[in-house]
Design a protein around this ligand. Structure first.
Ligand SMILES: [Fe+2]
Length: 432
């Protein structure tokens, strides 16, 4: 691949012979190809013979014919050879462009395949680097990216020269300059919109050849795609981190309102996770369940402190009315966050009972969303195994027995069975 070089073009011999032969015949000349294995010693050629070098095709031909037409024939043959050569160049250039585009497309598909399983920017960087190394046959490489804290990180496949590669990558970004040493390294900047540099890609020596223009084109295409991907990944990770910080702040706010249940949300998350795993939830489902478990009591933020700090036995009916509103208050608070829409039913239903005697709506059985049924088991288990000012905590056995006794009435029996079976196999450490 690379820019076509005129003197490297060799038209198939039979095609050239056919075209030039037909022309010479029509003029009454005999034409002989001297480079195709039937070369005659030019000293033995007939008198009216001209040997013509066709530079474009690295061919020599001899023409024998009428002396008065020899010059014109010579010019015509050379011109024709040039025209054929130009057409051939265009055709080859087009073919090369198509091949090049195809290779770029294949490369991007290959990278997409490798990126399929990548869930964070570190894994994406690894996939991009491996694709780049394979694409040009380099012995190793290094991909550096500024993260949001302005630190550098890198991945590389070959241990050999890794320090040198990392150093080059840092220098490349600091100097904001690409460079290629044909037989050594190739360094490209990773840029995003407005030319902002987000990192660099450095590859070590190629195992079999030098770096050529085709390699650089491929790496530039790959680098452009990778830059966009890594930048959007970074922005997404920043956003996700902000999202979880906000969630954490909300949970801390709940804990601060009701110190007697400090850590409750985190423990309910942990127990819900155990049930979710037992139900073979995929990672996305587990993530949603854990989020719902963490936030299930967020509605308590809206309750007066006097209610939360009072012992439950001494609450008036009016105060109980307010307590029963916390699932709906939670839904109301979280309903403004688009990313939490799918877990709102779990927040709103976590105090519903399997027999329909719960609150706020008295729905029953599988009308209660699965996440809410899971959280109900986890929530009650934690409440029983934690000390309160008005009672000591239950032992593990007593708490599991209590769950069993309320299986089918308060709780989904299948989930209780699953939780008890799993918790007995798990070396669970009860906090508090
Ligand atoms: Fe609750």
């Amino acid at each position: 691949m690379g820019k076509p070089i005129k003197d490297s073009i060799i038209l198939p011999a039979d095609r050239l012979r056919k075209i030039l032969g037909a022309m010479a015949n029509s003029w009454g000349f005999e034409i002989v190809f001297l480079d195709a294995g039937e070369g005659k010693d030019t000293r033995l050629l007939a008198k009216n013979t001209r040997v013509i070098e066709l530079d474009s095709f690295r061919h020599r031909i001899s023409l024998s014919g009428p002396a008065e037409l020899m010059d014109r024939m010579n010019d015509a043959i050379v011109k024709l050879a040039d025209i054929i050569s130009e057409q051939e160049l265009e055709s080859i250039s087009l073919t090369e462009e198509i091949v090049e585009r195809y290779e770029q497309l294949s490369l991007l598909f290959e990278m997409s395949d490798r990126l399929g399983a990548a869930r964070d920017n570190q894994s994406r960087m690894k996939a991009i680097l491996e694709t780049a190394i394979d694409a040009v046959g380099a012995a190793g490489g290094c991909l550096l990216m500024k993260n949001s804290q302005e630190h550098w990180c890198w991945v590389n496949r070959e241990k050999v020269e890794s320090e040198k590669l990392a150093q080059l990558a840092v220098e490349t970004t600091e100097q904001a300059k690409n460079f290629v040493e044909e037989n050594r390294h190739c360094a490209l900047l990773l840029r995003v919109s407005r030319g902002n540099i987000i990192g660099s890609l450095v590859l070590g020596p190629k195992s079999k050849a030098l770096y050529r223009s085709g390699d650089i084109k491929i790496l530039t295409t790959l680098g452009a795609y990778a830059s966009l991907l890594l930048e959007s990944g970074r922005l997404y990770e920043d956003l996700e981190s902000l999202f979880f910080s906000t969630i954490k702040s909300m949970i801390e706010a709940v804990d601060a309102k009701d110190p007697s249940t400090r850590g409750h949300s985190e423990r309910v998350r942990r127990y819900s996770h155990i049930i979710g795993q037992g139900l073979d939830f995929d990672p996305e489902e587990l993530k949603s369940l854990e989020l719902a478990a963490l936030l299930h009591d967020v509605g308590k933020i809206g309750l007066p402190d006097i209610i939360l700090n009072n012992e439950k036995e001494y609450l008036s009916e009016n105060q109980w009315e307010l307590v029963r509103m916390h699932p709906e208050i939670g839904v109301s608070i979280l309903s403004h966050v688009a990313q939490l829409k799918s877990i709102l039913p779990a927040i709103g239903q976590h105090h519903e009972r399997f027999d329909g005697q719960g609150y706020p709506n008295g729905i029953d059985g599988e009308n209660i969303t699965l996440f809410a049924r899971i959280i109900a088991v986890a929530d009650s288990f934690d409440a029983m195994t934690m000390s309160r000012t008005y009672r000591t905590r239950f032992s593990l056995d007593k708490a599991l027995k209590e769950l069993s006794q309320n299986s089918g009435s308060q709780f989904d029996p299948q989930l209780v069975n699953l939780f008890i079976a799993t918790i007995k196999k798990t070396e669970i450490k009860l906090d508090g």
